[in-house]
Design a protein around this ligand. Structure first.
Ligand SMILES: [Zn+2]
Length: 252
């Protein structure tokens, strides 16, 4: 195949997708029209899925969900940053407006984001970072931990490479505190689980907000459960990490 033919094929791939969509929609409208939600009905998803962008993870398939069952927020390595308006607004809309009561943070095996963070954590710090640690880390340890100075440091850059580094910085900090085995597969597995736990810790910090803002239709304070799962796209199974936390209601 010539370069021209090859580039035409790649460009035309998008039309293949649109054709496939047409076939799919026609078939379902004829055979199972109730698959499509009635716009008159409000959505009431039972689950907010916070997962990784990885194309091999399909939350609807994995949970056998129909349209309307799962509210979704996905990004690189399923992060939930407390300064991320995208994540915060999805969370607020799900629990306050839509009445979603189960939030699942879902990591997945072989997560490229988690592996990248692990590599970064194992990289010896640069002279610049050492200097930064020397001046800030010793005296402002807690501030560094809370506000992630590295992220603020590079905030003005719109270089996508910087964005990924900034995005994974809290996870890299967490990994540096872990005692990981040398064996790569086991270390990655631990990082993936620890990553899920880290995001849950952040969501738990929204407990006060949930208590003050989220009510059941009858006015009682609502309870929101946050669960930690790991999905294995090679087998389709979800593993429950049994780290469920309870927010709002009568909880602390
Ligand atoms: Zn991933």
């Amino acid at each position: 195949m010539s370069d021209l033919e090859s580039s035409t094929t790649i460009r035309d791939y998008i039309y293949t997708v649109l054709d496939a969509n047409k076939n799919w929609a026609q078939r379902l409208n004829q055979t199972f029209p109730q698959y499509f939600p009635d716009p008159e009905d409000k959505q009431a998803p039972k689950i907010l899925w916070i997962g990784c962008s990885d194309s091999r993870v399909q939350e609807s398939d994995a949970t056998t969900a129909l349209p309307g069952n799962v509210f979704v927020h996905r990004n690189i390595a399923n992060q939930f940053h407390l300064h991320d308006d995208s994540a915060l607004s999805v969370f607020a809309y799900a629990v306050k407006v839509l009445g979603t009561r189960h939030v699942v943070v879902v990591g997945h095996e072989h997560c490229g984001g988690a592996i990248t963070a692990l590599k970064e954590a194992r990289r010896p710090p640069s002279a610049d970072q050492l200097e930064r640690h020397h001046t800030l880390y010793d005296s402002l340890y807690h501030l560094v931990e809370t506000f992630h100075i590295n992220e603020i440091h590079d905030k003005d850059s719109n270089d996508p490479n910087d964005a990924i580094t900034r995005w994974l910085t809290p996870l890299v900090h967490r990994i540096r505190k872990l005692e990981l085995p040398a064996e790569e597969g086991t270390a990655v597995r631990i990082v993936i689980e620890e990553n899920v736990k880290l995001q849950i810790e952040k969501i738990v910090q929204l407990g006060d907000w949930v208590r003050r803002n989220v009510r059941e239709p009858d006015g009682r304070p609502a309870t929101v459960w946050v669960h930690g799962w790991v999905y294995d796209f090679a087998t389709g199974f979800i593993r429950d990490l049994n780290v469920t936390r309870e927010l709002g209601g009568g909880s602390e």
